[in-house]
Design a binder for this molecule. Sequence first.
Ligand code: T5A
Ligand code: NA
Length: 213
Amino acid sequence: MPEVQKRGAFIVVEGLDRSGKSTQSTQLLEKLRSAGIDAKLLNFPDRTTTIGKMIDSYLRSESELDDRAIHLLFSANRWEAASSIESSLRAGTLILCDRYAFSGLAFSAAKGLPYTWCRAPDVGLPAPDLTLLLDVSPEQQAKRGGFGAERYEKAEMQERVRAVFERVGDEMGAGGRWVVVDADAEQDAVAYELWRHVEPLAQGTEEPIRRLW
Ligand code: T5A
Ligand code: NA
């Protein structure tokens, strides 16, 4: 019997601003690599592309854009990377991603745009095999470094974002593909919890790549 071809797993780290996504994804990448796993870390928005530069300027409040226009730019910024994500997965590389379409949906719906409208532009993107939602309390969030510098970093907005993430989690169901992690905990405790969920996927998966949503 021919051996079934494994592909790399697609793992997304999501959460509110200052929940520790970048800290944890960087640490996870190191841990995977030192375990001999071929892994790559992406982050959205990717502020280095032409579209990403427009997003960056908007987030720093250096430019204004219609709510729908910026939503579509965030989505386009993911589509720019979609084929390269797929080819990496097929080549056996584990893709770790700091924010993805769930942030797109949560932040724009929190501003008041219709939920179903917000989901539409991301339909068809590669779907993660696992999403780890770092859930941070408003109190912890306010204590962390740098909070308040960018456009969405305001308590009321973050509360609304948190509510949309909850709805997304409910809709994803209990299939183990959406895991909520207590991000108020010490960094090492969060890392330990994340690893527990990531380790079973580290060697890859035989499942076909699914699509959002
Ligand atoms: N957005 C994004 C959209 O509106 N639509 C979209 O489609 C997408 C993709 C920028 C904004 O864009 C919005 C959402 C955002 O508002 P970004 O570039 O990811 O998104 O935001 P950043 O500002 O880079 O990152 P965050 O603010 O989200 O922070 P992180 O990555 O969650 O947190 P991190 O790791 O940088 O940690 C923050 C601080 O907390 C400390 C760290 O040392 C650091 O000082 N910390 C802890 N302290 C105590 N205990 C712990 N467990 C800690 N973990 C980290
Ligand atoms: Na970040």
